[in-house]
Design a binder for this molecule. Structure first.
Ligand code: ADP
Length: 453
């Protein structure tokens, strides 16, 4: 039985895990960098150990120090959150070999799904449709151009080790392809230490729709519905909602079935996400699996009433999922806005600094997951997300109205944030009508005066 968990992360997700632990009567241990001494997760966890300097490479990415902290504090399990070491198969293996439970899938599944070319191949063999593209990675320019021509332009060049929207390049013809191919390889090498890339058909104006999966260690695999994450900037999500305003019941059923098949092909255990792109005609294509809890998980929690972090812990404990697919009810609509410390009027430049006043909204149908507070200084070393606003209600219309209302109440002074941008989106007819594709943000920014933000 898990009695104490080390949280190998920071910010709002660390706090989210502390909360689940406390409700379950499990002790929590925060590990933190020197830049995060005043962070809420450090203050609210039962215990805290400093593991190094401000840079992630000196702290949150130091598997050796995290495992030492786990051994010193005698924990039974490590929750990796998202980002940092959460999809690092070697780290999961190290935990396994030190007899510490890694709250996530087995290292084998992480490895299989972490290489996007292998992931696509694995699910394709299981009968799941993937984006047309190269058979695995392509190394030489000559071979790559041939493949791109065969697929048909436009194509997208993607890093096999990719993540966070990095290392992706679009090419419209042979000339731009030759240039982008080398840029993509270089970028991938720099960002992931692995320059290997593969090629896919570039789907024009798709929707990004993903399915939440829960799988226990006894062979039960369930889905918790979808999240529409089409509102993105530079391939990074800004707004997520469930259910998707685009899916018909028939398409939802087909995609959910495909998602379960993909998870089974990965021999998956714990919480995971199967991501698809869906074109205007309703053709859907698997793009990747994320083998961890996602930033946007609260949307699913509010729609289904299921606590995903608690489920993750129970599954790591070897417990059976206590419900079946037919027990999962989808009765609400939820929308999440990611609140970033960035200035949308100045090309989203990061805006670290001290928050002079912080007041989070509340009231019916409003949830805020954030580690921010009045007087908190945002360190410049990490991701700029300072919180997530999740608003929900019986219909999409009410979730939208609530989001606008809550954003109007959300006060963050002293730094720039994306709150005014979200407010403008919540009152934009295209978004209100549920018509946003992944091309939405570019169009929205081009037709909206920046003085609105
Ligand atoms: P990452 O792991 O870096 O997040 P993904 O493969 O999940 O990369 O893709 C992120 C986003 O990039 C997608 O949601 C979509 O907007 C865009 N994208 C990826 N592949 C394609 C494609 N083949 N065609 C069009 N857009 C794509």
């Amino acid at each position: 039985m898990i009695k104490k968990i080390l949280i190998a992360n920071r910010g709002e997700i660390a706090l989210r895990i502390v909360r689940a632990c406390r409700e379950m009567g499990i002790k929590s241990l925060a590990v933190y960098s020197e830049a995060d001494v005043q962070s809420l997760h450090v203050q609210l966890a039962d215990e805290a150990i400093c593991i190094g300097g401000p840079r992630s490479s000196d702290s949150y990415l130091r598997a050796d120090r995290i495992i030492s902290a786990a051994e010193i504090a005698d924990v039974d399990a490590i929750h990796p959150g998202y980002g940092f070491l959460s999809e690092n198969a070697k780290f999961a293996e190290q935990c396994e070999s030190c007899n510490i439970k890694f709250i996530g899938p087995k290292s084998k599944s992480i490895r299989m799904m972490g290489d996007k070319a292998v992931a696509k191949d694995t699910v394709r063999k299981a009968g799941v449709i993937t984006v047309p593209g190269s058979d695995g990675p392509v190394d030489s320019e000559a071979e790559a151009v041939k493949t791109a021509r065969k697929i048909g332009y436009p194509v997208i060049i993607k890093a096999v080790a990719g993540g966070g929207g990095k290392g992706m390049r679009i090419a419209h013809n042979d000339i731009s392809f030759a240039k982008e191919f080398h840029v993509a390889r270089k970028e991938a090498e720099k960002a992931f230490g692995n320059g290997s890339v593969y090629i896919e058909k570039y789907i024009e104006k798709p929707r990004h729709i993903e399915f939440q999966i829960l799988a226990d260690s006894h062979g039960k695999v369930l889905h918790l519905g979808e999240r529409d994450c089409s509102v993105q900037r530079r391939h990074q999500k800004l707004i997520e909602e469930s259910p998707s305003p685009f899916l018909t019941p028939g398409l939802r059923k087909k995609m959910a079935k495909a998602a379960i098949k993909a998870a089974e092909a990965a021999e998956y255990q714990n919480a995971g996400t199967i991501e698809f792109l869906v074109d205007a005609k309703g053709n859907y294509y698997f793009i990747e699996m994320n083998t961890r809890i996602q930033v946007e998980h609260p949307v699913t929690e509010e729609v289904t009433g299921i606590d995903l972090i608690k489920q993750q812990i129970n599954i790591a404990n070897g417990e059976k999922l206590s419900f079946d697919q037919s027990d999962i009810k989808f009765e609400k609509h939820a929308i999440e806005c990611r609140i970033n410390a960035e200035d949308p009027a100045r090309n989203f430049i990061p805006s670290p600094g001290t928050i002079s006043l912080y007041y989070a909204p509340g009231g019916l149908g409003v949830r805020v997951d954030s580690h921010a507070y009045s007087g908190y200084s945002i360190p410049p070393y990490y991701d700029s997300m300072i919180g997530k606003l999740i608003c929900y209600g019986p219909t999409r219309k009410i979730a939208l109205q609530r989001s606008y209302r809550a954003l109007s109440e959300y006060l963050v002074r002293g730094i720039k944030t994306t709150i005014p941008l979200h407010k403008a989106i919540m009152s934009d007819p295209v978004f209100i009508e549920g018509k946003a594709t992944t091309a939405y943000m570019e169009d929205f920014m081009s037709r909206t005066p920046t003085d609105l933000f």
